[in-house]
Design a protein around this ligand. Structure first.
Ligand SMILES: [Zn+2]
Length: 349
């Protein structure tokens, strides 16, 4: 079974809807049993990737009775609790008004219905800091309901090594492009290293964008940077700006983006029973480096657009290993209103 739990014991079958019913029945005990809770979390990640409809009849029980035992990452929660009945929204809203709880706030955000997004806007209006939801990719405008700034559809990003540049150049999602295919001016750009470009129209639910491809690239610096650029009608970056959490060290290794090592082509594959689900994610497979779509990681503040200040739309997050440079997570965001793109580098946790 493609589940590897923390304790290496994929103890429970997940082959039928009845198996999922049996998992839900263990959630009460899991509230006070951390090992069971973690193990079940991996099983539910697998359910989210393969048969989320098997959890649907249990959404209300999970939200109203068993949330303490339901240790599931936010991206999986968004699949499993999506569309839960309004009674769940009312229950969570009532609880959150009396006592703040991340777990309950994430559950409310994961439901994603108009009722849930209206409830989030109501909580913010009543004084909850909107940043509590922005870290998970949910924007609360000054009026109206909250909005998802990500598509709930997810695809695993898998790397396929290529043998020559021509194969890379014709790929939908190339890894290791020359910088002149990313930026307008290679002599003045802060970008030094290309990780990945993505054809947005290969993914459902992505925002409108003037060109086919969006790019993820890095300035010089290992981690803790934010690189923002305006995007031309031809897709090339200009007016790049970089901010660092800490100034980069002059000792940081020089990089040569034209280095032919690690060029490749990424493919997007559906979440299904052929991925390996471990520790709440799918990254234990050697060929898988991240996810396109889904919410951002949730551990860090997400970027606001430098022009309009709206929370930016999360496109993808990959590990730096997809094309070895720097350290940690690399995420790509867009503001579709202003044609602004932002890449960030954050630490593992
Ligand atoms: Zn904007």
């Amino acid at each position: 079974m493609p589940i590897k739990t923390h304790t290496s014991a994929a103890a429970f079958p997940v082959d039928t809807a009845d198996d999922v019913t049996a998992l839900v029945e263990l959630l009460g005990r899991a509230a006070t049993d951390e090992r069971l809770r973690n193990d079940l979390g991996d099983h539910f990640a697998y359910v989210a990737g393969t048969h989320p409809e098997w959890l649907r009849p249990h959404q209300e029980a999970v939200v109203t009775e068993f949330l303490d035992g339901f240790d599931v990452t936010f991206d999986n929660l968004c699949v499993l609790l999506n569309g839960a009945p309004d009674r769940c929204v009312e229950h969570l809203q009532r609880r959150l008004r009396s006592r703040w709880s991340y777990q309950e706030a994430w559950a409310l955000a994961a439901i994603g219905t108009e009722a849930a997004l209206t409830a989030i806007a109501g909580l913010v209006c009543d004084g909850v800091d909107p940043k509590e939801f922005e870290d998970s990719g949910i924007w609360t405008p000054p009026t109206g309901s909250a909005q998802y700034r990500f598509t709930p559809h997810r695809r695993a990003i898998e790397l396929r090594p290529v043998s020559d540049r021509a194969e890379r150049d014709t790929a939908d999602h190339p890894v290791g492009l020359p910088l002149d295919q990313v930026v307008r001016r290679t002599d003045t750009t802060a970008a030094v290293w290309h990780y990945l470009s993505l054809r947005l129209n290969r993914m459902p639910g992505m925002p409108d964008w003037p060109t086919d491809r969006v790019h993820l690239a890095s300035p010089k610096g290992s981690v803790g940077w934010t690189l923002t650029a305006a995007v031309d009608r031809d897709g090339l970056w200009h007016d790049e700006t970089v901010t660092f959490d800490e100034p980069p060290s002059n000792d940081d290794a020089e990089v040569d983006n034209s280095d032919p090592r690690n060029i490749g082509a990424a493919t997007l594959r559906p979440y299904d029973g052929d991925l390996v689900y471990s520790n709440g994610h799918i990254l234990s497979m050697p060929s898988v480096f991240g996810t396109a779509g889904g919410p951002p990681i949730g551990l860090y503040p997400n970027p606001h657009c430098r022009c309009c200040d709206h929370l930016m739309f999360h496109i993808l997050t990959v590990q730096n290993y997809i094309r070895e440079y720097g350290h940690g997570w690399r995420s790509l965001y867009l503001c579709e209103q202003c044609s602004i793109t932002t890449c960030t580098a954050t630490n593992w946790n």
